[in-house]
Design a protein around this ligand. Structure first.
Ligand SMILES: [Zn+2]
Length: 458
């Protein structure tokens, strides 16, 4: 149910054209009579066309800001191009040339300009022209730049989708730059969803109208508390409030989860997205402690494990000499395995018992071990971040099927990683807590209400 809508700014900004008369005059004097007649006609046409553009421009300024100004009205490209027409003195059907460059990795704006035969001076001029034109510098691989060139290869227009909601148009008319920034209307609607698991998390997500991507986002929030591979049970439930983003009234994409709760085997976890100071928000529990902790509950990507995959079916360990002191995650070969926490790789090797294996040493006397990889993704001595892929599930060593054997060792003693109590994360600074409580309370209340609704329905 949508409970909030935010409308945001919109602006269009245009600057007028200018004509260099002396240039045209000197050009005319150097021509034959027949050409002069043609140029005369051309000039008349140019003035007609310019007056047309200026009048459209004036209309654009008088329009109410709610009405989106179509850029094609502002920059009507005539069938016979104005610039080449006036400059060359030829009456012809020469067309402006449209060139689209999709920026490749490692490619620079400077290189793109050179490739198109455009000067570095022009690029510098654009880059420093105004605040809007500076957005061009932020171009990223995969972005498209749309160039409009005269038949002589001069730039007349450059269009660039600066962000999902902003299109930048740079005009270069008679060496005079102007910019236009078209800002599309953005609305964010908040959607509340509840779900209950009978078979799988993805199945429950689908039944609740969530995309697989949103289910992943939900699981990621709780991945330090809940083992989504082994611990999910029928009857587990979740509630969430997330954003749906609309562009000019049309649904565009999902946004972030603002608040969520997950009840796993009777234990309820809650999280609220909160931005404080640095602007980079993250998830916090109701008591203001960060959801992110030193160790992930499950060191592998649960989304690779299909819902029909029964972890109890496979018991891969047979006749091991040592007592079994880890957890086995039955998973398809190739499933990425993550470092459960940040640390340094102390072993990355192969032997006939462990197959391909990796050991990671973490702060505070904790070591994690990962066995039977099909392939290792790290080297001995390497630093790894939490969540970094260190290898892929396989069936190497003494095993009967593909699985990950995972061990958690604290001060030399094997611990059950599923039940070991780990240090709590730090809470938000006390001076921020009042604001956090004020912000998070209504969201958490709404989550609880959803839960009540669900119980009432059943
Ligand atoms: Zn094992």
């Amino acid at each position: 149910m949508p409970i909030k809508a935010q409308a945001v700014r919109k602006k269009t900004d245009t600057k007028t054209l200018s004509v260099n008369f002396s240039q045209i005059k000197s050009m005319i004097s150097s021509l034959t009579f027949a050409k002069k007649v043609l140029v005369g006609l051309a000039i008349l046409f140019v003035f007609y066309a310019i007056s047309d553009i200026v009048s459209v421009d004036a209309d654009a300024h008088s329009q109410a800001p709610e009405v989106l100004v179509n850029q094609s009205q502002l920059i009507s490209i005539p069938d016979i191009p104005l610039m080449s027409f006036a400059e060359s003195g030829l009456v012809g059907s020469e067309q402006l040339v449209e060139k689209t460059v999709v920026v490749k990795k490692g490619q620079t704006l400077s290189g793109i300009f050179t490739d198109l035969g455009l000067s570095q001076g022009l690029l510098l001029k654009i880059a420093h022209f105004n605040e809007d034109s500076k957005k061009l510098i932020k171009v990223m691989p995969g972005n498209a730049l749309h160039f409009t060139l005269t038949p002589d290869g001069d730039l007349t227009q450059l269009r660039y989708q600066a962000s999902v909601f902003e299109e930048l148009i740079i005009h270069n008319d008679m060496e005079q730059l102007s910019t236009e920034l078209i800002t599309h209307d953005q609305q964010i609607r908040l959607v509340s969803v509840q779900g209950s698991i009978s078979n799988s998390l993805f199945g429950a997500g689908k039944a609740a109208g969530l995309s697989d991507n949103m289910v992943m986002k939900l699981a990621n929030i709780f991945s330090w508390d809940i083992d989504f591979v082994l611990e999910i049970r029928s009857g587990d439930s979740f509630n969430l409030i997330y954003e749906k983003i609309y562009k000019d009234g049309e649904y565009l994409t999902e946004g972030k989860i603002l608040a969520a709760s997950f009840t796993n085997q009777g234990t309820k976890y809650e999280a609220v997205f909160y931005e404080h100071e640095d602007g980079d928000g993250s998830y916090y529990a109701a008591d203001g402690r960060a959801m992110k902790k030193a160790f992930l509950r499950a060191p592998l990507n649960f989304s690779y494990i299909s819902s029909s995959f029964n972890p109890k079916r496979l018991h891969p360990v047979t006749r091991r000499v040592k007592a079994h002191r880890g957890i086995d995650y039955a998973a398809p070969t190739g499933t990425p395995v993550f470092a459960a926490g940040g640390g340094r790789v102390t072993e990355a090797a192969y032997n006939k018992y462990n197959g391909n294996y990796v050991f990671v040493k973490h702060p505070n006397g904790i070591t994690t071990k990962y066995l039977h990889f099909s392939k290792r993704a790290v080297k001995k001595g390497q630093r790894v971040k939490q969540g970094q892929t260190i290898g892929y599930v396989g069936a190497t060593g003494m095993v009967t099927g593909a699985h990950l054997h995972y061990e958690f060792i604290y001060n030399g003693v094997h611990r059950n990683p599923r039940t070991v109590s780990l240090p709590k994360s730090k809470p938000l600074p006390s001076d921020v807590m009042p604001e956090f409580i004020t912000y998070s309370s209504p969201l958490l209340t709404r989550l609880s209400d959803l839960e009540t609704d669900l119980i009432a329905q059943n």
